[in-house]
Ligand binder design. Structure first.
Ligand code: KG4
Ligand code: ZN
Length: 364
């Protein structure tokens, strides 16, 4: 029963976790940097990497100490080495190398995007009694995978936990990025996704008809910039050019609470509708290709979204297909998903050496 220590520092969460056998989460510690970046309305890379440097050591110690084991009991050290902010990734990768070298343990680099798709297989150690045999703990492949985060909106034909083929992706904004920008337009603060989701639940989505960008008839790509601009014009009115400058008629502070909630609900309905329509298209495309999906796996920060979760459950029931949705604790960036996926490489004897690079882009 291998124990893997995972580290995650790709963006603005400093995280460490201990996972047993690739699924049982013994600890999952996350130090969020949201308070540091809030006043800038987004992540400032240099502030993020410095904060990782200060926080990683205590976070690793807490992740190990809360399991009641010592570092010597760990079987391998895993780290998210791609994709992400390069300075932030370097902190985690350097720390993982130092730990692996000093403890004489194998080192395993993990792609953060693949790890998001693995997250639905994780269960907290104290939750096992409540849910001992999740059908999704060992999904049957091939699966259809959807990664929805601040940086990615991508569909994959998933051949195994470590091998996937890109079917389609966003041609402009990622859906999480669109949520964050929509929250700025509605003056809701950072990070906007969870706040907009909460407000949307109190509004009436039918109050506004916002566009669903479906692109070409069979396209599996996404586009979110049109939805964002449509929301901007609903909130601020049509822009007018005067003296070489763009002027808007009003802004979000002129809206009543009900108007803001209705706009949030209409945005959420359009954003999530698009994801569900493309999931349906991709399931059909895999059938046409003679490789029907045997499960749908969803991961990434937006998999925490209340409407996506509800509509994904409906889709899975309608298409009679098992659905892997991460527990809420494993939707947003975390190190348990890194340690979990690393177990698959570990059992195949696929380890990295101390030349493991930090890479800004995903491998899939
Ligand atoms: O996976 P993640 O933690 O980081 C990246 O890899 O990007 O995803 C963060 C993104 C942010 O854009 C955040 O606003 C969005 O996920 N997000 C949500 C919700 N919770 C987080 N978007 C919509 N609804 C939510 N409940
Ligand atoms: Zn992520």
């Amino acid at each position: 029963m291998p124990l893997i220590l995972g580290l995650e520092t790709s963006c603005d969460e400093t995280a460490a976790a201990v996972v047993e056998d690739g699924w049982l989460v013994r600890s999952n510690i996350i130090a969020s940097q949201h308070a540091l970046h809030e006043c800038y309305g987004g992540v400032v890379p240099e502030i993020a990497s410095r904060a990782h440097l200060e926080r990683l050591s205590p976070v690793v110690h807490e992740a190990v100490a809360t399991t009641g084991i010592s570092l010597a009991d760990i079987d391998a050290i895993a780290v998210g080495n791609r994709p992400g902010l390069i300075g932030s990734l370097l902190v985690g990768v350097s720390a993982a190398k130092a730990l692996a070298w000093s403890l004489g343990k194998p080192l395993i680099g993990v792609d953060h995007v693949k790890a998001h798709l693995y997250a639905s297989q994780l269960q907290p150690a104290d939750g096992v009694a409540a849910n001992p045999k999740s059908e999704i703990r060992a999904p049957k492949f091939p699966c259809l995978g959807l990664v929805v985060s601040g940086g990615h909106t991508s569909l994959y034909a998933v051949a195994s936990s470590t091998q996937m083929h890109l079917l389609g992706k966003t041609i402009d904004d990622a859906v999480g990025e669109a949520y964050d920008k929509a929250a700025v337009i509605l003056r809701m603060g950072y990070p906007g996704g969870p706040k907009l989701d909460r407000l949307a639940q109190t509004g009436d989505a039918s109050a506004h008809d916002l566009p669903r960008s479906l692109l070409a008839k069979d396209s599996l790509n996404f586009s979110y910039s049109g939805l964002k601009t449509a929301l901007l014009y609903k909130v601020r009115g049509q822009p007018q050019e005067r003296g070489g400058k763009t002027h808007f008629q009003r802004d979000a502070s002129d809206l009543t609470d009900t108007q803001r909630a209705n706009l949030a609900a209409a945005f959420q309905a359009a954003a999530i509708d698009t994801l569900i329509i493309k999931l349906d298209r991709a399931l059909d495309a895999m059938i046409t290709a003679g490789q029907p999906a045997r499960a749908v796996l969803i991961g990434g920060g937006v998999s925490a979204n209340s409407l996506l979760r509800r509509r994904a459950v409906e889709l899975a029931a309608r298409r009679s297909i098992p659905l892997g949705l991460p527990a809420m604790a494993y939707c947003l960036d975390n190190a348990a998903m890194i340690a979990g996926l690393a177990y698959q490489y570990h059992t195949q004897g696929r380890h990295d050496d101390l030349t493991l690079p930090a890479i800004a882009t995903t491998s899939c």
